[in-house]
Design a protein around this ligand. Sequence first.
Ligand SMILES: *[C@@H]1O[C@H](CO)[C@@H](O)[C@H](O)[C@H]1NC(C)=O
Ligand SMILES: *[C@@H]1O[C@H](CO)[C@@H](O)[C@H](O)[C@H]1NC(C)=O
Ligand SMILES: *[C@@H]1O[C@H](CO)[C@@H](O)[C@H](O)[C@H]1NC(C)=O
Ligand SMILES: *[C@@H]1O[C@H](CO)[C@@H](O)[C@H](O)[C@H]1NC(C)=O
Ligand SMILES: *[C@@H]1O[C@H](CO)[C@@H](O)[C@H](O)[C@H]1NC(C)=O
Ligand SMILES: *[C@@H]1O[C@H](CO)[C@@H](O)[C@H](O)[C@H]1NC(C)=O
Ligand SMILES: *[C@@H]1O[C@H](CO)[C@@H](O)[C@H](O)[C@H]1NC(C)=O
Ligand SMILES: *[C@@H]1O[C@H](CO)[C@@H](O)[C@H](O)[C@H]1NC(C)=O
Length: 400
Amino acid sequence: MKNQNQVFTPKVFGPSIQGLVTVLYYILFFAIGLTFGIIITFHSKNFSFNLQLTQFSLSTSSFSPAPPLSFWSSLASHSSVNTTLESRIGLQEYLKPPKLMHDMNDDELLWRASMAPYRKEFPGAKPTPKIAFMFLIKNNVSFAPLWEKFFKGSEGLYSIYVHSDPSYNQSESESSLFRGRRIPSKVVEWGNANMIEAERRLLANALLDFSNKRFVLLSESCIPLYNFSTLYSYLMNSSQNFVEAYDLNHPVGRGRYSQDMYPVIKLADWRKGSQWFQIDRLLAIQVISDTTYITMFQKHCKGLCYSDEHYLPTLVSTKYWRRNSNRTLTWVNWSRGGPHPSRYSDTDATEEFLQKMRTEKQCKYNGNITNICYMFARKFSPSALDRLLTLAPTVMHIKT
Ligand SMILES: *[C@@H]1O[C@H](CO)[C@@H](O)[C@H](O)[C@H]1NC(C)=O
Ligand SMILES: *[C@@H]1O[C@H](CO)[C@@H](O)[C@H](O)[C@H]1NC(C)=O
Ligand SMILES: *[C@@H]1O[C@H](CO)[C@@H](O)[C@H](O)[C@H]1NC(C)=O
Ligand SMILES: *[C@@H]1O[C@H](CO)[C@@H](O)[C@H](O)[C@H]1NC(C)=O
Ligand SMILES: *[C@@H]1O[C@H](CO)[C@@H](O)[C@H](O)[C@H]1NC(C)=O
Ligand SMILES: *[C@@H]1O[C@H](CO)[C@@H](O)[C@H](O)[C@H]1NC(C)=O
Ligand SMILES: *[C@@H]1O[C@H](CO)[C@@H](O)[C@H](O)[C@H]1NC(C)=O
Ligand SMILES: *[C@@H]1O[C@H](CO)[C@@H](O)[C@H](O)[C@H]1NC(C)=O
């Protein structure tokens, strides 16, 4: 192979061939210059083919003429990107909670709210996680003064959403935390499927704020049993969701199952549980993204079926049971029997009763036994407000 290497060295072929190689080098050099020149002229002269051969001499000046300024400015004006700072597409704008009142219909809202980032790592400092308090009520929040004391001092760690009857037209007082927190609402009837539609509407609206990480559904007769900081730790540190779900072989349990739901929902999958849940962002997205179970309930859970007591328990127990505690954080007393739980008024609101609700029961929290099982309680009558306000600092450690 030594010989082949030598074949192409100019020495072997003598001076005349050496001259030829030199000429070839010049031609190659010229061709490169020509190409560069054509490209540059092509841009700077707006597609004109008026090539001037004098530009393509072998002198270096033809290699680096800067495109005229008009070239760059024409590029900028042809582009649709508005380069002023205000209108740049950035992350900050996207992360701002949108206005509560919007013009999306339910389908548009649910679709938009179901969008979730696929990347786990947040670029930069993470927004402080918030709890979304979603009040599903008829008129106003009966215990608004108690809730306002509960929220005081925890600004930035919570957001409030209110779904109330469209006919309710009173406005909250100027200073109320509930003022302007109403979402576009529709009529809700007790036991009707529009109740679970309202729950999903609340979830979807709350999901539009990326910093909401836990979602709590509350009624007008709900009260807090612990202060905000205790609740915040309890929810944020929990590895589980709180959707009560149990199988009840009874007319008010399995008896409410409709054979028409088969085979989408089987009798063995049918669950019952409290409507009042506390769930995380992932489950909230999974719930509002469901189109199969909700259709079954809208079609076949009517009359004495009470979809709000079965939709979430059945959906979560069938598809998302792995992270569910199967219990709710909202205390209630059903022992009296009948369609409504016990309702408590002013004389019931005693320190003993509140302590009982706070610590009486034992349950599991992140796998450990605890006696802190309930964060909220119902049902309380508005008449209990004053006594609860008095007991709040000592019993619930809610600073006033
Ligand atoms: C670019 O954005 C600014 C500020 O938002 C606006 O005033 C301007 O009209 C916009 N320009 C164009 C070309 O859209
Ligand atoms: C709720 O509305 C009722 C009737 O309008 C009123 O009596 C009550 O004071 C209101 N409660 C709050 C907390 O605003
Ligand atoms: C609120 O609604 C009631 C009836 O539902 C009506 O009589 C009243 O005028 C309304 N008030 C306002 C301020 O619109
Ligand atoms: C979670 O619990 C740990 C200790 O168990 C505590 O230090 C931390 O503050 C809690 N997290 C939240 C968000 O409260
Ligand atoms: C909750 O219920 C589901 C389905 O019935 C069950 O598989 C799961 O083990 C239960 N979880 C807990 C924590 O009890
Ligand atoms: C539930 O209510 C019944 C009466 O309706 C009462 O006897 C029972 O003590 C109550 N349970 C609790 C835990 O308060
Ligand atoms: C739960 O119990 C385990 C050991 O039994 C303990 O290491 C852990 O700290 C406990 N967690 C909480 C939140 O108490
Ligand atoms: C909240 O209540 C707990 C007891 O449940 C207490 O230790 C804590 O100091 C209270 N937090 C605030 C901010 O008052």
